[in-house]
Design a protein around this ligand. Structure first.
Ligand code: ADP
Length: 528
């Protein structure tokens, strides 16, 4: 189109020039030629070339060649033949055949015009312009070939590049999908210390530990696997991994010990680029809070079970020893064995409870309490009796004279467990030759069981923590620190409570308060 429009402009200029300078001569051929070229120009603008057969494109340059020949026939327009360069150049870009056709047409037409002109024509006036036009055509043909080759090359390179790009995108999407599907957080830190990859699981971890995986923001306190040793900032896993350290499945607790916290198991690997240079590191973090909590619950379960079994077993063994001592007094021996047998039965009951509880597969011992209207005096008497033999070893007396009938809405087996724990403590933390008094009473609303001892007593500070799981004020006496916490759970599940009054060196009194009457609740679940 540009080629043709340029040709149109030149021809119009020539027509105007001729009209001004040479009015006398006949310029009809020049005008016909200009009209043909202008028509071609118009056609380049209006014809929808993309929709019609490609061969139609040849019509315009061929018509131009003929038109320029017509103009050249006017002898005074010497030199106008150079305009053939335009259609020849155009045809050269369309291929070799087109170029040869155009060149041949020009040479023949030009030859004919020169020949017809007769004397005014000469070999030089033919050969020079013809050679120039053909040379321009050849140059145009060659450069259009080169241009086309470069374009093909460029197209191929573009195709290769877009193929590589889409493969790379595919790999990246696959990697993102895989990383998002796994349940551990992945952090990649580049050699310059920038976080470059992380996945959905890491996002979930960040919801419980804000700022985790970022080096620019301080996160809360971190603790070692034991849950209590504080880890200083430079020893945090991300910092260590950045320094080039490797570690595997290291457990770190985030958050202070007395609050809900998250435990992560972390592994760090160093990365190297193709040439072996350090390329940062990858850190994998797995949330193991639930696993560790389950393990801890299992440990508690085991110690709690052992504690529950040890109490009646101690009594059984004490009474069997006593029976052996009383072999010469069969009546006494029979009574001792009777108490031992009763405690043996209690042991069986507790084991049955534990089995029932563990079949629910929960993390703690879940015991169901089944309250009835009972007389607590009876079970307190039995407990006092059960511990009398063991207490006698250290010359401790158990006084049960104030155990009076007192009705309570309670589960006899569970309350016996509580009284056993209290009496067992009163024996354990007593002094040689000390005494224990057990009492029961009721005011109609609440029923009370007191266990009083003349033992070592408990400081005010220890009294505040006495009912916490695993709390032990005295390390010199064997125990698990679970008895009082289990006892309080049992009593509270009944709707009552346990309190303590104590002074170091004087002794302690534990008071269990239970409802005297039902309050309309059915069975309740107890988490011991
Ligand atoms: P354990 O006796 O197995 O250690 P407990 O939960 O029964 O666990 O008791 C917790 C702590 O309370 C004991 O370690 C002891 O220091 C203190 N304690 C409990 N009962 C008494 C008591 N009658 N006199 C003095 N200290 C006691």
């Amino acid at each position: 189109m540009l080629n043709q429009l340029l040709l149109c402009v030149i021809l119009v200029v020539i027509v105007l020039a001729v009209a001004v300078t040479d009015r006398a001569a006949d310029h009809s051929l020049l005008l016909v030629a200009t009209v043909i070229v202008l028509a071609g120009g118009a056609a380049t603008l209006v014809v929808p070339w993309a929709r019609i057969a490609r061969a139609w494109v040849y019509v315009i340059p061929l018509a131009d060649i003929v038109a320029i020949g017509l103009a050249r026939s006017e002898q005074h327009l010497l030199g106008i033949e150079l305009l053939w360069a335009f259609p020849v150049m155009w045809m050269a870009t369309l291929g070799l055949t087109a170029f040869l056709t155009a060149a041949a047409l020009v040479l023949v037409e030009f030859g004919a015009i020169i020949a017809l002109a007769g004397a005014s024509g000469s070999a030089v006036s033919y050969l020079l312009p013809a050679a120039v036009i053909v040379a321009i055509g050849v140059t145009s043909y060659v450069s259009s070939r080169r241009y086309r080759a470069q374009r093909v090359l460029l197209d191929k390179q573009t195709a290769l590049l877009s193929g590589a790009l889409s493969r790379a995108q595919g790999h990246e999407e696959l990697m993102t999908d895989v990383l998002d599907a796994v349940d551990f957080g992945v952090i990649r830190i580049t050699a310059d210390g920038e976080v470059s990859v992380f996945n959905e699981a890491l996002g979930r971890i960040q919801r419980s530990i804000p700022g985790f995986g970022r080096l620019d923001r301080p996160i809360g306190d971190a603790y070692a696997a034991d849950g209590v040793t504080l880890i200083e900032e430079p020893d945090r896993p991300l910092r260590r991994a950045l320094r080039g350290e490797l570690f595997e499945n290291e457990v770190i607790w985030f958050g202070p010990p007395d609050q809900p916290r998250t435990a992560l198991s972390m592994t760090a690997r160093q990365l190297r680029s193709g040439d072996g240079a350090p390329a940062g590191c990858v850190i994998v973090a797995r949330d193991v809070t639930a696993e560790l909590t389950a393990l801890r619950a299992r440990d508690r379960l085991v110690s709690s079970i052992s504690h529950e079994l040890r109490t009646p077993l101690t009594s059984v063994l004490g009474y069997i020893d006593l029976a052996i001592d009383h072999l010469d007094r069969p009546d006494d021996a029979a009574r001792d064995l009777d108490v031992a047998a009763k405690n043996g039965e209690r042991l069986l009951e507790i084991i049955a409870d534990i089995l029932a509880a563990s079949s629910t597969s929960r993390g703690s011992i879940d015991l169901t309490i089944s309250p009835k209207q009972i007389d607590v005096a009876e079970l307190v008497q039995q407990a006092a009796e059960a511990w009398r033999a063991r207490a006698a070893y250290t010359s401790i007396s158990i006084d049960a004279t104030d155990v009076l009938p007192a009705s309570a809405w309670a589960d006899a087996a569970r309350i016996r467990q509580v009284v056993d724990n209290l009496v067992s403590n009163a024996v354990k933390y007593n002094v040689d030759g000390g005494s224990i008094a057990v009492r029961t009473s009721s005011d109609g609303t609440s029923t009370f069981i007191d266990v009083q001892d003349t033992g070592v007593g408990i400081s005010a500070e220890d009294q505040r923590r006495l009912f916490e799981q695993y709390f032990r004020a005295r390390r010199d006496v064997e125990g698990s620190g679970l008895g009082l916490s289990i006892s309080r759970d049992i009593v509270r599940a009944h709707g009552g409570d346990i309190t303590v009054r104590s002074a170091p060196g004087t002794g302690s009194t534990f008071t269990v308060r239970l409802p005297a009457q039902p309050r309309g609740q059915g069975d309740r679940e107890l988490h011991a």
